[in-house]
Each structure stands twice: as C-alpha cells, then as structure tokens.
Design a protein around this ligand. Structure first.
Ligand SMILES: Nc1nc2c(ncn2[C@@H]2O[C@H](COP(=O)(O)OP(=O)(O)OP(=O)(O)O)[C@@H](O)[C@H]2O)c(=O)[nH]1
Ligand SMILES: [Mg+2]
Length: 705
C-alpha cells in the first residue's frame, strides 16, 4: 500500500442522526472509488464499515467504522472515512472518534430535516473546530424536499449554510445534481457505478440554478476583498477563483456547503468524492492543541500536523478483539511513522514496538511501510497502550486530549446466569471497559448487585450481547434502578447514647446534635461546636463517621440521605470506657433519632428531556410527557419539526424510547440528561418506602403495572 503525503489526506467524519444513511453513503463512495467490487448494503449486512456482528444484526452502527478511498486524477488523495454511530445511545463513540477527523459531512434526512442528533454532532464539530458540509440524503424518498430541508437546516444553523448543488428531480425522480460551481448537470444511473454523466443544466432548472449560483458567488466573495473586487468588476467569479474562495471559506468555517444524494441508489457519489478531494481541507490546514502534561494539564502546545515535526501518535480508539487481542487505532499527529519503530508511550512511560502498522478498510487491515503526518492507522498487540494515549519520540513528549464524555445516564443490575458465568464475567467486562469509555461497572456495596451503567438502553443491550458472543458469558438484566435519595425538610435536636456495661471494660459515648436542611446539591456538612472538651477532640471524627455511614445507609427506604447539616454541640465521655467505636455508634444513634424529628422525605432525579418530532405530533408528545409528571418548559417549531423541552422524573422515563416510537411511528427522537433532584410526591413516596421495606424483609413484592 502506497503512503500518502499530508496534503493528499482527508480525514472526514461522517456524522448525523440515526438512519440518515451514513454507512450506506460510505459504502456507495467506496464502491464508486473502486475500493470494493460490489455495492454493499446495510440491509444485506455487507457494508465495509458496519462489520461487527452486532451491527449486522441490528442494522445500525455501534462503533465508528474506518475505511479509505483513493480518489482523483493524477495525484490521488486518500480519503479516510470515520463512519460514526447516529443513535443517541452511541454518541459517546461518535464524539470520542471524531477527534481524528479534520472535517465532517453532516448527513440530514431530506424528509425529516434537522433532528436531535444533527444538533448534537454540529456541537461536537464546533468543539473540535471542524470545517463541515451537509449532505441531504434520502433525496429519493417519498416526501423528500430539498427546499424544506434547507429551511430546516438554515433555521437552526444559520445563513452560512449554502447550497453548492441543486437536486435534479426529487423523490422517485431524483437523478442527480446541478453543480453550482461548474454550472453543469451531474446525473447518475440509479444503483449504478456512482459516476456522473456531465451534461447541460435541464431547462426547467436553469433559472433556479442561475439564482443559486449567484447567491453562492456572492457569499464566497463576501469574506475576501480580492474576490469582492473581481465580483464587482465582472459581476461574477471565474470557476477557479470561486473554488479557491469556497475552499478558504469552508476551512475558515465561514460557509457550510450543501450537497445532495441518495446513498442507497448511489446517486451523487462522484460529486461528493470530488467535493471532499477539492474543497475539504487536509490535516496540514489544522493545528490541534496538545498539552505538556496528561489530562489537559500543563502548557498548551500548538504543534502543526507536519512531517518535519517530532513523531507523535495519538490513540483515539481501542478495540478488544477476542482473537487478535487489542487493536489500537491512531492518528499520526506529527512526524512520519515507520513500520517496526519503537515509540515511547508518554502516558504510561513504557516503550512500544509498532510492528505491522496497517490502514483499515473496515475490519481488514492492509500493511503499510510508513504513515505521514495526519494519516490514520491501526496496530495490534501493543503491550499497554489504550485509547487516549500519546506515543512518539522519546525526547519530545506531548499529550493530546481525549474527548470529554458525559457520565453514563442509565444503570442496570446485571446477574450472571450460572456459576461459570460468574467466574468469567469480571475478565470479560474488564476487556469491554478497555474499549468503551462510556461504560461503568461497579458493585453496589449496599445491595451487593453488579451495576452496569451506560449511555442508553441500546448501549447496554449491545454490551450484553458482546458478553455473550465474544466471551460466552450470559447475564440477565434487571430494570434500571432509580437512584432515589433521602433528605430532610425540618430541623431536629437529638441525642445519641451508647452505653454498655457487661463486666470488664464497658462502652460509653453520648453526643448531642442539631440537624437542619441544606440547599439541594450541598450534600453533607458536619460542624464541630464542642467547647470545653465535652467530647475529646480525638473522638469527634468517630462521631462524624458514624453519622456519615448511617446517612449512607438511608433512613426511609435505604437511599443515601443528602443535603443536611449536623452540628455536634455537646456530649459526654468516660475516661476508661469511651472509644472510637462507642462514639461512632453514638453518632449513628443520634442521626436516627434526629431523622425521626426532621421530617424525612424522598428525592428523585429529574431529567431535562428534549423531544424532536414532525410538528403534527406536538400535542401528543406534550400530553404524554405531562402524563409522566413532566413539566413542559417550552416548545419551538423549526423547519417542520417541533422541539419540545420538558423536565420529567427519571422514574417515568424508563420506557420512553419504546413508547415514543409507537406514539410517532418512529419519527421522533429524544435526548435526556440529568438536571436536579426534587421531592417525590407524597403518595408515590409512600409506595416506594413500603416497597423498600418489604424488600428488606425479604418478602415478595407485587410488581407494579
Ligand atoms: N431510500 C433510501 N434509503 C436509504 C438511503 N440511505 C440509507 N437508506 C436506508 O436507510 C437505512 C439506514 O441506513 P444506514 O446507512 O445504516 O444509516 P446510518 O446513518 O448509518 O445509521 P446509524 O449508523 O445507525 O446512525 C438502511 O436501510 C438504508 O438502506 C437513501 O438515500 N435512500
Ligand atoms: Mg451507520
């Protein structure tokens, strides 16, 4: 495999809402560029980038797939595609891998317009400072509309979104695009080879094309004095100057071009490949900030992505393969990586030998002798390296930063099905944790349950399926538990007295405390107001510990007590019989006594929920959220879609994904994140407390419908 210089590399993140056709588009582009000899289809499970068996079964992307196309006349460019997931359960993967991109194509469904994830990926692109363009896909679908989709996109992302193509035909008649730069018609054979037939603009489109061309010329010229002059003198720009101006405007994130396609019918591919090759920037155009210390610490370092810099390689993804072991995916951030060289892992202070470096075409690796600055590669069998690490020349350490990912929002209790499963689960999960930063595995000290936390229902399901298929570990999932908490609404003044006299040395400790509520989110505060040694200083930490531990165990229903202050103001001790243990017990007794008086109450997590759907579902969605004890905080119409915002208790959202799908025939999407804790309404609180009590007593509890 030939190696490509930095200027000839394009690292393009393919991003967008679920099912907008990202994987299908990459498949069509690869076929068009001659990288595959048949047009792989998502529906047939034979695309290059959705190669994982889990993906093939579910027909959705779960991990970012990496593939490349060599494209162009004469000096070719190498386009590295990062085909990212679009379902909100997997957005952590999208965000984590998008760090390797130097530009992004945002796919938009030409029927639905902007959807919840469209906005999310736009924000990621902004965070990573990526130039970006839109592809309106599904142009062949019934009800597809270029104009409506453009309005939708512009109403959200602004006037800098500018068409460089107009569709030729829509819905079943969609055949290609007018290229507004060359002012030619590019038409394609449906399900053909993806190559365009270049012809004259159809008469019925010539007026629209002229207007759109002029708008484009004006917008490109606007940001550039020289072009503005040419534009005023001649009333237009030469195609070369227009292209050059567009390239600069895109790199500067001043313009966001729009292209059109039907990924399934392979219509639009050649135009898109040409756009990537001629307009989107190479890695050389970017500087990525690194740091002199790991974890975004120390001095920021701006090092250009160039061959003549010291070697640095950033690992942005690790895959745990049960057969091949770990595979690390990396980007050469600077310098030239030669096969068989030894690099220093700066994060782990250990050398690693890069034997058999490869470039990836989906699941297949192709050996390369060297990779230039900016290129993407993969390597198996490193000893300690994991995603997030930077490696390179021994003498020039530098640290690139990993993506900042939100905390997992959904927790299930998982149970090994058999003894053998129990023995194997630890190791299997450990491997999965290495490749998945959005996964958490803990053991609840209270319930002794194994807890698996992830970014959403599908994420957890995919993990369970991987456990089964890769590691032959079978587990069952129990419904996610709502992490309730307890607090107090009133004040209390109480005594805790621990006194035991059973021959020999006794136990003695008395403490008096005041207890009062703190504002939400303040946790626990302990104030020592002991004067004159009523309790000697060395026992005071024991009192605090006793209270803390008792609070952790809960009072009403076994959930941790939070947001309260305890003032320890008096007590008694005994020269001989007092001990840490005695005062710890006294502390916990005082806590329980105080809780009795302090009007204990239950808190539940409240989530910020945003629902996106076609406008006609607006009423149904709001009604449904209200029925879930939700408070609608706003709704907004944007280009045919409504965005409903609400605050809803987590306990009411556990089945929302499925319910929303049936409510809207699958045309809505939503996102959810933690907002704050609030009181559980009294009636419901009683039920939860009764249930907890029954569980503690080991009695079977009736399931609620
Ligand atoms: N008619 C039509 N169907 C399409 C088009 N693009 C994709 N599809 C179909 O839409 C479905 C989803 O396509 P994918 O390529 O998997 O979509 P995706 O954006 O990669 O989805 P995720 O990776 O799960 O976010 C598949 O059944 C495709 O065949 C298109 O342009 N027209
Ligand atoms: Mg996909």
């Amino acid at each position: 495999m030939k190696s490509y210089p930095t200027e000839a590399i394009r690292n393009v993140g393919i991003v967008g809402h679920g099912d907008t056709g990202k994987t299908q588009l990459v498949s069509s582009l690869l076929f068009t560029a001659g990288m595959t000899n048949r047009l792989g289809k998502v529906t047939e499970g034979n695309t290059v980038t959705d190669w994982d068996e889990e993906e093939i079964e579910r027909k959705i992307t779960i991990k970012t797939g990496i593939a490349f196309a060599e494209w162009g006349e004469g000096q070719k460019v190498k386009i590295n595609f990062l085909d990212t997931p679009g379902y909100s359960s997997f957005m952590h993967e999208t965000k984590a891998t998008l760090v390797a991109a130097d530009s992004a194509l945002i796919l938009v469904d030409a029927v639905a317009g902007v959807q919840v994830v469209t906005e999310k990926v736009w924000d990621y692109c902004t965070e990573y400072d990526l130039p970006r363009a839109f592809v309106f896909n599904w142009m062949d679908r019934e009800l597809a509309s270029f104009q409506r989709t453009l309005e939708s996109v512009r109403s959200v992302f602004g006037r800098a979104v500018v068409p460089i193509q107009l569709p030729i035909g829509e819905e079943k008649q969609f055949r290609g695009a007018v290229d507004l730069i060359s002012m030619k018609a590019l038409t394609y054979e449906p399900e053909g080879n993806g190559r365009a037939r270049v012809g004259e603009i159809p008469a019925e489109l010539s007026e629209a094309a002229k207007t759109a061309h002029e708008a484009l010329v004006e917008m490109v010229a606007e940001g550039d004095d020289k072009l503005m002059e040419e534009f005023f003198e001649k009333g237009t720009l030469s195609p070369e100057h227009l292209l050059q101006g567009l390239r600069e405007a895109v790199a500067a994130k001043r313009l966001f071009p729009v292209l059109v396609s039907s990924a399934l019918l392979n219509i639009g591919s050649e135009g898109i490949l040409n756009f990537i090759a001629t307009v989107l920037p190479s890695p050389a155009a970017r500087t990525v900030t690194a740091y002199s210390e790991p974890g975004r610490k120390g001095q920021p370092v701006e090092r250009a992505i160039r061959d003549d810099q010291p070697l640095a390689v950033f690992v942005f993804k690790t895959l745990a393969d049960p057969f091949a072991g770990r595979i690390n995916f990396f980007k050469v951030m600077s310098g030239v990586l030669k096969n068989d060289s030894t690099l220093m892992n700066y994060n782990r202070s250990t050398p690693e030998r890069f034997q058999h470096i490869q470039v990836m075409q989906g699941k297949s690796g192709i050996a390369v002798a060297e990779l230039h600055a900016g290129d993407l590669g993969a390597i198996a069998k490193l000893k300690e390296t994991l995603s997030g690490d930077t490696l390179g020349d021994k003498d020039a350490p530098i640290f690139y930063a990993t993506a900042q990912l939100p905390e997992p929002s959904l927790t299930f209790a998982i149970e090994p099905k058999s003894r053998a499963d129990e023995d194997r689960i630890g190791n299997a999960i450990h491997r999965l944790l290495e490749e998945d930063f959005a996964l958490r595995f803990t053991r609840d000290p209270q319930t002794k349950e194994f807890l698996l936390s992830g970014a959403g229902q599908q994420h957890i399901e995919a993990v369970v399926s991987k456990l089964h298929k890769r590691y032959h570990v079978d587990v069952s999932l129990k419904p996610p538990k709502v992490p309730y908490r307890e607090t107090i609404r009133g004040k209390a003044d109480a005594e805790g007295k621990h006194k035991k006299q059973t021959g020999g040395r006794g136990q003695f400790g008395i403490c008096r405390i005041r207890m009062e509520p703190l504002p939400r989110g303040k946790g626990f505060e302990f104030v020592d107001e002991i004067f004159g040694g009523a309790i000697p200083k060395n026992y005071i930490p024991a009192v605090e510990k006793g209270i803390r531990e008792a609070a952790e165990r809960g009072y009403l229903a076994g959930y941790p007590v939070v947001d309260f202050r305890v003032v320890l103001y008096d007590g008694k001790y005994h020269e001989v019989d007092s001990s840490d243990m005695a005062f710890k017990i006294a502390g916990s007794l005082a806590f329980k006594e105080a809780m009795k008086q302090a009007k204990p109450a239950l808190l539940e997590p409240i989530m910020n929920v945003e629902v996106y759907a076609p406008e006609q579902f607006s009423g149904d969605i709001m009604g449904n959220l209200s029925a879930r004890r939700g408070r609608i905080s706003g709704s907004e119409v944007r280009g045919g879609n409504v965005i409903v915002k609400a605050q809803v208790p987590l306990a009411e959202m556990l089945t929302y994904a499925t319910d929303l799908t049936s409510l809207t025939q699958g045309r809505a999407s939503y996102s959810m994140e933690f907002s704050h804790y609030d009181f559980v309404p009294a009636e419901l609180a009683e039920k939860i407390i009764a249930q907890a009590k029954a569980e503690r007593e080991g009695e079977p509890v009736e399931e609620e419908a």
